[in-house]
Design a protein around this ligand. Sequence first.
Ligand code: HEC
Ligand code: HEC
Ligand code: HEC
Ligand code: HEC
Ligand code: HEC
Ligand code: HEC
Ligand code: HEC
Ligand code: HEC
Length: 423
Amino acid sequence: MKRIVWGTLNRFCAVMGILLERGMLRLVMIVAATLALYPTQNLAGLAGISSDNQSIQSRKKPQAQKRRLDYSRFSHDTHVLKQKLACDSCHKFPTANWKEVRKGDAAFADVAEFPEHQSCLNCHRQQFFARERPAPAICSNCHVKVTPRNTTRFLFDSLGDISDTSRPRRELISEFAVSFPHDKHADVVGAWLPARNPRSGFVSVSWQEKAGQQESAEPKSCPVCHQTYQPQGKSDDEYVTKPPEKLGDNFWLKKGTFKTIPNSHSVCFTCHNTDVGIEPAPSSCNACHKLAASHNPGKVDFDPNLFRTIGITDKTISATWSRRFSSGTFRHEGGEHPNINCVKCHNLPTMNTTEMKSLIVPVSSCGGAEGCHITATTDDGGILNYEIDQKKKEPAFVCTKCHISLGKQAVPASHVSAIPKPK
Ligand code: HEC
Ligand code: HEC
Ligand code: HEC
Ligand code: HEC
Ligand code: HEC
Ligand code: HEC
Ligand code: HEC
Ligand code: HEC
């Protein structure tokens, strides 16, 4: 009896292997569900025997070591750094679905789908056939859940500009930082985009300067990629969520605080595409995506409790706010800020987007030509002067004008030296 079951399973597994590779998995899932009723050997192990020597190799490894790995959490560290796999061994460019995800003129050759099974199977036959319910853990890296009825995949992360209600988005903490050398693009983006962009509709809209805005206020290229997020505009509604009645001087998040950052390839690939031919090519993923430990800024000016109190559910806000490390309260739309040239606060030539420390906005930029928040004496009204005075008097004083959480700490040297010396 045992030998018959073994033989049958063995044949089933050989068939399943072929089907998996052909993507005909709906059937496999049903077969697998049926097979799972047999209280016999581990399906994955059997699948291994029935196929090539790759899996024999993996079977030699002690099972205990295997179990500690979480196959629901793919890491590029393992595959790119340790296994030395090239990006294109998994990510195809363009993916077959690029004409479907964006329609008509908006469509452009893009990587718009997860890697295919084929790119994993040579090494992970065992995990693909693991007897785990409701589906092998490894499937969840790309699929929402895998049942015979539901084989939906998440929307691939590069499609941040697309809303497809049939495919949920996954929560993503990227392992990569994006390299965008601003200094090398400063002139080129302004000069190229309106003329050469085949999808001119998209860019010319965001290209236009706001009516009444001063010529010098913004380098023209910035809004192509960075817009004020949820601006208050002319509305009376100042806050992102409704504040409590007795807010007093307490902080509550206002609209127009953040600038967006690109969430797709739409802008980059207008120039970095195979027709225009500017390097890096769109298929050179690693020219723009850098696996970087320094992506973590360390000290951030953010408080998850306050975030919850304010009741924010918006993912763009949570991603941006939790990455603020200079000033958590700074509002781009606030006061005079929109009339100041971006580059007065953001020093583009020293900025390296993969090196978070280089993105810190120096406190000295809070003291503009007229002093603004930093003045020679406290009587002149500088808020930084006032807060430093308070902190001297009472070390428990918390600086709240510009900070969410950093204001509890001691006054950094940068703040003291930002105060102009009396002549
Ligand atoms: C062994 C296959 C494999 C290789 C090699 C690979 N990837 Fe991926 N990549 C995946 C899978 C699977 C996902 C989706 C699962 C995930 O992100 O956890 C993914 C997701 C991503 C994401 C979105 C998730 C994130 O962390 O931002 C980016 C960006 C990405 N890959 C870029 C790259 C780049 C750049 C390279 C080359 C340096 C590369 N990949 C090499 C398989 C691979
Ligand atoms: C060249 C062989 C190779 C290829 C191709 C490969 N992997 Fe791996 N993968 C490994 C190795 C080696 C490990 C380390 C653990 C082990 O021995 O299984 C691993 C580990 C994993 C893990 C555990 C978490 C981690 O990343 O450390 C997941 C999940 C995973 N792989 C998913 C995939 C997926 C999905 C694909 C296809 C898109 C893929 N792998 C392609 C060799 C490979
Ligand atoms: C690295 C990402 C990835 C992993 C891991 C993965 N799949 Fe897929 N799967 C895909 C992609 C991409 C397609 C679409 C392929 C195509 O259309 O050619 C697909 C297609 C399928 C299909 C065909 C149905 C459909 O919607 O097109 C089934 C069934 C399926 N996968 C089941 C599974 C199962 C079961 C597992 C785990 C054992 C798994 N997949 C693991 C990426 C993945
Ligand atoms: C073609 C698109 C593009 C243009 C044009 C552009 N940027 Fe950027 N910018 C990016 C990308 C991409 C990043 C990195 C985003 C990330 O880390 O994911 C970035 C990052 C930044 C950051 C750091 C954000 C942070 O996380 O703290 C600042 C500040 C910035 N840009 C300012 C500017 C200014 C000022 C201009 C105009 C002179 C400008 N950018 C023009 C694409 C662009
Ligand atoms: C008065 C100074 C100032 C001006 C002017 C300014 N910014 Fe900022 N910007 C900041 C500060 C402060 C931060 C927060 C940095 C941090 O804490 O990490 C920031 C953050 C950003 C970010 C990251 C996302 C965010 O909101 O945290 C981007 C992108 C950005 N600025 C783009 C721009 C662009 C584009 C302009 C011009 C239209 C501009 N900034 C004008 C001070 C300024
Ligand atoms: C208007 C056209 C244009 C757009 C849009 C554009 N680039 Fe570029 N990019 C260029 C040109 C031109 C160069 C070559 C610049 C040079 O070598 O001086 C370049 C070079 C680069 C380089 C290589 C720089 C180096 O050090 O060699 C990277 C990385 C890059 N771009 C990333 C991006 C990313 C990321 C985006 C989207 C956020 C983007 N580019 C959007 C035109 C563009
Ligand atoms: C010219 C630069 C460039 C190239 C080449 C490029 N990307 Fe991107 N990619 C970006 C930018 C910019 C974003 C926007 C997200 C951001 O700023 O963090 C992005 C976003 C993504 C995302 C969304 C998740 C994330 O990490 O933000 C994925 C996934 C992704 N790219 C995968 C790829 C893959 C796979 C390739 C190679 C086939 C590739 N990209 C080639 C610039 C590039
Ligand atoms: C007008 C706005 C402003 C005021 C007021 C302000 N800060 Fe800052 N603070 C900044 C900016 C911008 C940075 C990031 C760049 C820097 O340090 O120059 C910063 C950074 C910091 C840091 C991190 C610096 C580091 O090197 O670790 C601490 C801690 C800090 N502030 C504490 C305080 C304290 C305490 C007060 C009150 C006495 C205060 N700040 C008042 C704008 C302000």
